[in-house]
Design a protein around this ligand. Structure first.
Ligand code: GAL
Length: 751
């Protein structure tokens, strides 16, 4: 196992650990030992303070408890190195806790526990791709890799990172199963223990009770524990929750930058389709004038699947190279489904066998992808059979399943890494393998799918999807993913009615990946005639917004700002001083300096200035929308809709278009006309929309759209500013290639 990061070793911490473990080893069965351990383990006074914090960049602090030398850290698997220079330009916030406030214990049962204080009223958000809500205050979560099951923490991306309303974030940088108690349970000697209240007071004592009786009063800390030999914790501070998330993403290497084609429309075909059938489906898109950028092949493209061979099934695809090239000639990219478990019919099988774990998955061997030899075998084969003929990406399936679907917790792997660590990181390891060892080596960008991810993953251009299908939860995922460096697609597969089809299409078209995964039902975008025009117009709008959305991804890459964001990351709005709570965030004196906190799970930001409030479920044709402080304008008409208020919108009033609201002063570059493929966006004229009555600007990002040359400076930014009177100016910085065409018009949307 390779660990590039040297663990921090505090002498004090090690002295404490040593004394406990010696006692434990020598006296394990004697009553005296049990007594003394109980004394040590149950009082806060005897918890040990974490005092040895490393400070690698402004606003970032790292400490480790115990011995990390045999532990796998998520940051070891990040796509790119931490962006220290950029982090240091973000200001220099103070350490977000009192010195010595963070404490830990090493329990006699081997658990390592860390305790992070929480103030009363503090709200906690995040913990990965939780699909039920953004607010995780006062919850117990088991952060184990799994399919999504409502609540409880188990999910496709159980990222052990939370953001606090007080303006800091905590990342448990360990590939261990982690159990967190968020403000649950109170230690008996906690300084802020809530007062006792008599539940059944006599009548004359009711008034003197300190408050209402509570069954389970909120605790004053987050306590998180693993079973393992070491636990690393990284703290991020910031003047707002957005800045905390930015720091987390920048420390993880910055955000992913997909190729432009990845932001077009995706369509997956039936698992049994032949080359000819795929070509016929592509032709249908052309005939019907629907945009299309990516075709996804499901398992039947391989000789055998579940377990997989990764080799072309020539009965269905007699000439994979000509087939792939034929699609590329039309601007269509090909994405291949696979899972990483290898069939004994695969040419790779024999060489991979000794490099795989003790147990099979779907009867395939499960390679230990922490081993460079295993990664090389896979990527050499993929390079030769797929990349060299023009394959553009993968859908890496089945890396999330657990107990029944993956390996048991006692499985062994040749690297010596635990089954638990492999389960937590398998999706990450596959992303690393494909991104670093395959695509990046060829100087080719990918945009791919994966069903599991975890910490420090923001740099990976992989989007998570799920087999669950609740529309409301799918919308929520767009917010929660944005809090932990994850991209999520609320993919569309089927619908019970034309209305549901349109509504789900609206959600997915304002997400990181506009993915139609209706391979099983065979539903096409135009299959509900009542809404065909509305669906076409919607996909066309996504295409017209490519300059805007691609630039939002560039900002994710450069600055760590998620392109699709939870409302809680929207701080004060510059044009409404009345309701914005200004000043420096301070836990005691100014805890809401970021402005209001909008905890809506069903609204989210798409790029810097567009808020999306999709119709869904019971709110299929009518819903309420919370407009935060600041003026908000109707995207389509430019009319002022409201400010710091709640409104109701209907599908009828919007003529079946998606409810979209734009911030005051927003500048939005769009293609002047819709295109059916992202290739046609290149060199295309732009219309720049300006909303409201105040000045605004936009940084339009351009590069060659498909290679990593941008990392070596081959990009440029056209800064477009529009003043309060609608007069515009443009300034270009950087020597990279031009991508989009000229600005044909600056349109003042608000009259
Ligand atoms: C599932 C996956 C689906 C589809 C299917 C193919 O596991 O989530 O999206 O790809 O496999 O067999």
């Amino acid at each position: 196992m390779s660990n590039t990061h040297t663990p921090l070793k505090s002498t004090a911490i090690f002295a404490a650990l040593l004394s406990i473990s010696i006692t434990h080893n020598t006296q394990a069965n004697e009553p005296q030992f049990i007594q003394s351990t109980m004394k040590q383990a149950t009082t806060i006074d005897t918890l040990t303070s974490v005092s040895d914090w490393n400070h690698p960049a402004n606003g970032v602090w790292i400490a480790a408890i115990g011995d990390m030398s045999n532990e796998l850290r998520y940051t070891d698997l990040a796509a790119e190195a931490p962006r220290i220079d950029r982090l240091n330009t973000l200001g220099d916030p103070d350490f977000p806790f009192d010195t010595d406030a963070i404490k830990y214990s090493v329990n006699p049962d081997g658990r390592l526990m860390i305790r992070i204080p929480c103030a009363a009223g503090e709200k906690l958000y995040g913990y990965g791709l939780q699909l039920d809500k953004v607010n995780q205050t006062s919850r117990v979560l088991t952060l184990n890799m799994d399919h999504w099951g409502t609540g409880g923490g188990r999910t496709h991306a159980p990222v052990p990172f939370y953001v606090s309303s007080k303006g800091y974030g905590v990342f448990f940088n360990t590939a261990r199963f982690l159990k967190v108690y968020n403000q649950i349970s109170n230690r008996k000697d906690a300084p802020n223990r809530p007062p006792e209240v008599d539940r059944n007071p006599p009548a004359d004592e009711v008034a003197s009770q300190p408050g209402p009786w509570q069954a389970n009063p909120m605790g004053d800390s987050v306590e998180a524990a693993i079973s393992g030999s070491g636990l690393e914790v990284i703290l991020f501070a910031g003047d707002s929750m957005l800045e905390v998330v930015q720091r987390y993403n920048l420390y993880s290497g910055g955000g992913a930058l997909p190729p432009l084609w990845g932001l077009g429309f995706w369509h997956r075909v039936h698992a049994h389709h032949s080359a000819e059938q795929v070509e016929a489906e592509v032709a249908e898109y052309t005939d019907k004038n629907f945009p299309l950028d990516v075709i996804g092949l499901e398992p039947g493209w391989m000789t055998k699947s579940y377990p997989c061979t990764f080799e072309w099934q020539t009965k269905r695809f007699p000439d994979p190279q000509a087939f792939t090239q034929g699609l590329l000639d039309q601007g269509i990219r090909l994405n291949l489904w696979e899972n990483p478990f290898i069939s004994e019919n695969a040419k790779l099988y024999d060489a991979m066998y000794p490099l795989s774990g003790s147990h099979t998955v779907w009867l395939g061997i499960a390679p230990d992808y922490t081993l460079p030899e295993a990664r090389k075998l896979l990527t050499d084969q993929h390079d030769q059979d797929h990349i060299s003929i023009g394959i553009s990406g993968y859908k890496m399936d089945e890396v999330d399943g657990y107990d029944r679907w993956l390996w048991p917790d006692h499985a062994t792997f040749p690297s010596g890494n635990s089954a638990e660590a492999l389960r937590q990181t398998y999706g990450l390891l596959l992303q690393k393998t494909l991104y670093q060892d395959l695509f990046k080596k060829q100087n080719q960008r990918t945009y791919s799918l994966v069903r599991a991810s975890n910490g420090a993953a923001s740099g990976y251009p992989f989007v998570i999807y799920s087999d669950s299908y609740d529309h409301e939860q799918y919308i929520t995922g767009l917010s929660t993913a944005s809090l932990c460096g994850i991209l999520w697609t609320p993919e569309i597969r089927s619908a019970g009615s034309a209305r549901e089809w349109l509504n789900r299409m609206q959600t997915v078209c304002f997400s990181p990946m506009a993915n139609l995964n209706a391979w099983a039902s065979g539903t096409k975008p135009w299959d509900f005639p009542e809404v065909t025009d509305a669906v076409r117009e919607l996909i066309e709008l996504r295409m017209r917004l490519l300059p805007y959305f691609y630039s939002a991804f560039a900002q994710y890459n450069r600055d760590g700002i998620p392109p699709v964001r939870a409302m809680i990351l929207e701080g004060g709005f510059s044009n409404d001083d009345q309701t914005v709570i200004e000043g420096k965030l301070d836990s005691e004196t100014n805890p809401y300096a970021t402005g209001q906190i909008i905890e809506k799970n069903d609204q989210f930001m798409f790029g810097p200035s567009i808020m999306v409030a999709p119709f869904y479920g019971e709110h299929a044709t009518e819903r309420s929308v919370l407009l935060p402080a600041g003026n908000w304008y109707d995207f389509y008409s430019g009319e002022l809709v409201g400010n710091n208020t709640r409104i109701t919108v209907t599908a009828e009033q919007l003529k079946d278009r998606t409810p979209l609201f734009v911030k005051e002063g927003a500048v939005i570059p769009m293609l002047s006309k819709a295109v059916v493929n992202s290739r046609d966006a290149q060199g295309h004229d732009l219309v720049v929309r300006h909303y409201g009555n105040t000045a605004g600007s936009f940084e339009l990002y351009e590069d060659d759209t498909t290679t990593f040359d941008y990392q070596r400076g081959a990009s440029r930014i056209r800064s477009i500013s529009v003043d309060a009177n609608g007069q515009s100016r443009m300034q270009t910085e950087g020597n990279g290639p031009a991508l989009f065409g000229e600005i044909a018009e600056v349109r003042q949307m608000t009259k």
